[in-house]
Design a protein around this ligand. Structure first.
Ligand code: HQG
Length: 178
C-alpha cells in the first residue's frame, strides 16, 4: 500500500471502528471488536483493502490505533471511541503527573468545568509533555496542562491505560489542573 492509501484507510478505519460502524452496516461486539472478514467485505464498496493491508496498517500505524485479537479474526480501535463500548480496561495507578494538550480558546471553559470527555468515552491524557504538545498542535498553538493524576487517584478517580499507551479517565476537575 502506498503512503496515501495507508493514511486514507487508517482514517476510514478510525471512523468505522470508533464512531460509526453502521455507515457500512457493520456491528461491533460489546468490547468494540469487528469481525475481520466482515469488515473486509463491508468496506469493499467504499474503501477496499485486503487482509494484508490491514496487517500492515495495524503494524505501522503511527499511534498504534488498532489492535487484532490473538488469531487476527477480530480487530478494534484501542481508544478514542464515541460509540458506547466497553474496552474492558483494568483500572491502574497513574504516574504522579499526566499531561493534556489543548489550545487557548478552550482554556476559560476548562478552568471553569475542568476537562470533560465531550463526544468521546474518556478524557485523553498523555504520559509526557511532548505527546501532549503533539495532541494540542492538531488544533493550533498548543497549550500543555499538567494534571495532578496521583492526587486524583488517591482521591478515588479511576485511570485506565489503553493498549496504545493513552491514559484515560472520566473527567478532570479543574482543581487538579496546574
Ligand atoms: C477540549 C487523538 C472546552 C480538549 C489525540 C480537546 C488524542 C474542553 C477537545 C485523542 C473541555 C476534545 C484525543 C472543556 C476538554 N471546555 N474544551 N471543559 N475539556 N476540552 O479530540 O484530547 O489521532 O475529543 O482540550 O492524539 O484532543 O484520534 O480530545 O481539545 O490521543 O488517534 O476538547 O485523539 O488521537 O477533543 O484528543 P478530542 P483530544 P487520534
Amino acid at each position: 500500500m502506498d503512503k496515501n492509501r495507508t493514511k486514507g484507510t487508517s482514517k476510514f478505519l478510525s471512523y468505522i471502528l470508533r464512531h460509526n460502524p453502521g455507515a457500512i452496516g457493520l456491528q461491533l461486539d460489546e468490547a468494540g471488536w469487528a469481525d475481520v472478514q466482515e469488515l473486509l467485505q463491508k468496506s469493499a464498496n467504499e474503501n477496499p483493502f485486503t487482509f494484508d493491508d490491514l496487517v500492515e496498517i495495524v503494524d505501522t500505524n503511527d499511534k498504534k490505533r488498532f489492535a487484532f485479537n490473538d488469531d487476527k479474526s477480530k480487530i478494534r480501535a484501542s481508544q478514542g471511541h464515541s460509540i458506547e463500548i466497553d474496552l474492558q480496561l483494568v483500572p491502574v495507578t497513574p504516574p504522579e503527573f499526566l499531561y493534556h494538550g489543548t489550545v487557548d480558546k478552550f482554556m476559560a471553559s476548562i478552568r471553569a468545568q475542568g476537562l470533560i470527555k465531550g463526544n468521546r468515552q474518556h478524557v485523553h491524557l498523555s504520559v509526557d509533555r511532548q505527546t501532549a504538545t503533539n495532541v494540542g498542535s492538531r488544533r493550533g498553538a498548543p497549550v500543555v496542562l499538567s494534571i495532578r493524576s496521583g492526587d486524583m487517584f488517591r482521591d478515588g478517580h479511576a485511570f485506565y491505560l489503553s493498549a496504545n499507551g493513552v491514559w484515560l479517565t472520566d473527567a478532570v476537575p479543574s482543581t487538579y489542573i496546574d
